[in-house]
Ligand binder design. Structure first.
Ligand code: FES
Length: 140
């Protein structure tokens, strides 16, 4: 049996590898072109009994991240995602607003921008008390 010359063997292996990588790249391109962005479904957070959040309370929910406020008007919630580039803001030292650790944006207690670079207020979230007195937070 004739042996394949080394040069022909290397050429064959190289062409096979190029063919495989081309097919893989083509598959990725097809997937990319066929990609359809879907709006993520709203996320719902069950926060437990509404009675656990007494009037006058302000509760940071780090898993959301959001702050839940119970005042004379009822329950309301606000995202703690900075509107500049998405870092999580933190309550400031005075406890009367929020500060972003990334670029220093500052928000007041209602979420309005007090200092940039952020230009938009912290978004309000939907907080509701269900029929069985449970608190539900919905991101939309
Ligand atoms: Fe908050 Fe930039 S991400 S100030």
């Amino acid at each position: 049996m004739d042996e394949m010359p080394r040069r022909d063997f290397l050429k064959l292996v190289t062409n096979a590898l190029l063919g495989v990588s081309g097919l893989l790249g083509l598959g990725g391109l097809v997937r990319y072109l066929d990609f359809e962005a879907e709006a993520p479904p709203p996320e719902v957070f069950e926060l437990g009994a509404a009675a656990d959040y007494p009037p006058g309370s302000s509760t940071v929910l780090p898993d959301v991240p959001a702050v839940l406020i119970h005042d004379e008007a009822g329950f309301r919630a606000m995202s703690l995602v900075c509107t500049h580039l998405g870092c999580t803001v933190e309550p400031n030292a005075a406890g009367d607003g929020y500060v972003c650790p990334c670029h220093g944006s500052r928000y007041d207690a209602a979420g309005a921008v007090r200092r940039g670079p952020a230009s938009d207020a912290l978004p309000a979230l939907r907080a509701e008390v269900t029929g069985d007195s449970q608190l539900r937070l919905t991101l939309s």
